[in-house]
Ligand binder design. Sequence first.
Ligand SMILES: C[S@@+](CC[C@H](N)C(=O)[O-])C[C@H]1O[C@@H](n2cnc3c(N)ncnc32)[C@H](O)[C@@H]1O
Ligand code: SF4
Length: 453
Amino acid sequence: MCNLVSKYNIAGPRYTSYPTVPYWNNDTFSLKLWKASLIKSINESNAKEGISIYIHLPYCESLCTFCGCNKRITKRHEVESPYINAILKEWDMYCELLGIRPKIKELHLGGGTPTFFAPENLNRLINGLLKKAALANGYEFSFEGHPNNTTRAHLQALYNVGFRRVSYGVQDYNETVQKAIHRIQPFKHVKQATEMAREIGYTSVGHDIIFGLPFQTLEHVEETIRRTKELIPDRLAFYSYAHVPWIKGNGQRGFKKSDLPSAALKREQYELGKKLLSEAGYHEIGMDHFALPSDSLYKSMKTHKLHRNFMGYSASKTQAMIGLGVSSISDSWYGFAQNVKGIEEYYHLLKENILPVYRGHILNQEDLIIRKHILNLMCDFKTSWTKDYLFINELPEILIKLKEMELDGLLEINFNSIEVLPKGQPFIRNICMAFDVLLQRKKPDTQLFSMTV
Ligand SMILES: C[S@@+](CC[C@H](N)C(=O)[O-])C[C@H]1O[C@@H](n2cnc3c(N)ncnc32)[C@H](O)[C@@H]1O
Ligand code: SF4
């Protein structure tokens, strides 16, 4: 495994989209094309399966120095109301554009810290949204909660408007690690937040834990999982720490690169975590995720319905996803659009009645084919092709790369399909990279992605 780690530990995308954001072609993108692609997609899919909505709530009271998310640090809670007003305005503009009542299948509040907002404001946000929407059968509403500030009132308010799933950021329970990442978070807070959610009736409670953090050892990972097992979350994200200090304004500082575990140790931490979690009854889902057999994520993996988009893995597939709020990304299946990242600019554009999109990509035939293969691999660890595959000029080069991975024992190539073997699952990003012709055609001049291990 060690040789494979040194061979395959390279910078690579996490494939929450294909093409990946740095490879979007802004020259062939326009707001007009984006709107047309969304209308087409919603007309095709709204009645059948409904749509997904992602809302980005960027505020946090305190900066965690490992964090790679788009956030704004403040203790001034008067920012809440104007931000909710702006999101509702953006939603109104989309509803007007679509001219129908969108049917919501999936709604996720992410951040930043959604629980920075007062329960009354979250309630106003969701009720405002639902005024113009219908609900799809089996709809799933979820949110990210910070264990240090999620109260019973937050959980109850969101439960009352349909939320049944919450995920808490845990990261690691060790004090040295917590100090290094500037996130002091005692076990008792996580325990309390988890138990409150269950008492209220949430059917899925998730925890996010991370390996590869500064000063983290194998013992810390073991201890964090031991404590996690005491609370039996239904789902776990077991993320590899993404060190991306070059992303403007993301705040990754407070520790040195030399404080981070080596790639080999990081891989050992992942292997240990995976072993402990499987002994505890968790099943690995695609990349970075684990779930108990009773959780919807596991069930959708078993029935081949697992989907992946900008929110990560999801149990139901929708063709269209609208992202609201600063930096959110929308996906119409035929195109992507990202909102501006600055709050002031976001407000300004909405005030001018302009959708606050600043970049995007319209997918061509080749993009759609490759996207399908990458999704199949990320969700199902296999993909197959028929004639459609021949559209890709680089097919011989792709097969050479896959052949090398087959010799390394990562996958098996069959007549018109490939299947990732258990040894290859930790290298799924590398396997997807073999299909990523845009990355092959133009290698980045500077590092754009985190390391794959
Ligand atoms: C928006 S936060 C969760 C909600 C809340 N803000 C909190 O921190 O509890 C989403 C999750 O992304 C993960 N995350 C953030 N930065 C990361 C990084 N650099 N590498 C890996 N995972 C990261 C963390 O596990 C975090 O819990
Ligand atoms: S980890 Fe969560 S609370 Fe910490 S800065 Fe990032 S988004 Fe905010």
